[in-house]
Design a protein around this ligand. Structure first.
Ligand SMILES: [Zn+2]
Length: 296
């Protein structure tokens, strides 16, 4: 038996393990011409579980159609479940989590849920490069972060029509990220950690030793509630040092919404990893290519 991963772009993956189809996030649709799988959420006809990292549109929008079409059960934050219930997903189909739970997915697969942190979206009014050194912004209050978000909103007014239309169509009325979560899957083939935004609590990450880690590689990293001092590449290497996975897979690093996103340059990440965690094997997935990730 093997465990495979299909990447649908952004940080959406399909984990096929123990005869089950488990979607990690549910964001499939893209604007015309954007890189991706070429599929839409309604194309997904085989899904047993949907595991949602947080309730922003680029993770959650599409999960409502997949859940309704396939009857898949959902594991997500209370806010994720509230949004999906409003979108018509039967509440009996969903499990609310906040971190600390262990959910039995069946067929010998369990998933542990941990509280996590969202990347510091508020700290920049434009996408940042993986080797861009970012310093400061420490100790910002919630109110100061909200004020900084206004700069990002102003920048968004300059986006093209199709990008704005996508943002409008995907707006499910989520109240923020709903609290970011990280998941550790235990399968008969080995363990896999899933993170869908660049942040973590270091005390939590330290104790985990997944065989495989999927880590989000976009934006300004967040460690214990503060923006990373340095580059995204250094942040990724630090996370690899903490987790010590055998295999590392990136997410959120493609140009998933051109104009709004920029593709993350992987080369500085690869170099930082080689220096800090040379034993970690960085796998680069194509779209929906059924890469075998376990057993090791
Ligand atoms: Zn987000």
């Amino acid at each position: 038996m093997t465990t495979t991963l299909d990447w649908y772009g952004c940080s959406t993956f399909r984990l096929a393990t123990a005869g089950m189809s488990i979607f990690l996030d549910g964001y499939i649709d893209r604007v015309p011409g954007a890189p991706g799988s070429g599929l839409v959420a309604d194309d997904i006809d085989d899904c047993d579980w949907l595991i949602i990292g947080h309730s922003h549109f680029d993770h959650l929008w599409g999960a409502e159609r997949i859940a309704i079409n396939t009857g898949a059960r959902v594991v997500g934050s209370y806010e994720t479940v509230r949004v999906l219930e409003a979108a018509g997903v039967p509440v009996e189909q969903m499990i609310c989590v906040a971190g600390g739970e262990r959910v039995d997915l069946g067929s010998g697969v369990t998933v542990e849920v941990f509280p996590s942190q969202h990347s510091c979206v508020w700290a920049h009014d434009h996408p940042i490069e993986s080797d861009e050194v970012c310093l400061g912004d420490l100790g910002a209050t919630w109110q100061e972060q909200q004020a900084r978000m206004a700069d990002l909103t102003a920048w968004m007014r300059s986006l093209t029509r199709s990008t704005k239309d996508h943002l409008k169509a995907s707006d499910q009325g989520a109240r923020g990220d709903g609290g970011a979560l990280v998941f550790l899957f235990h399968t008969p083939d080995g363990s896999l950690l899933y993170q869908d935004t660049s942040g973590h609590w270091s005390g939590i990450f330290e104790g985990l030793r997944p065989d495989v880690a999927i880590l989000a590689a976009a934006g300004r990293g967040n460690i214990d509630g503060e923006p990373v001092q340095g580059t995204l590449a250094e942040f990724m290497a630090r996370q690899a040092e903490l987790l010590q996975p055998k295999r590392l897979i990136l997410g959120h690093h493609d140009d998933w919404l051109p104009g709004f996103s920029t593709p993350t340059n992987v080369e500085p990440i690869r170099e930082a990893l080689q220096a800090a965690a040379p034993n970690v094997d960085l796998l680069e997935l194509g779209y929906v290519d059924g890469t075998t990730v376990l057993p090791l």
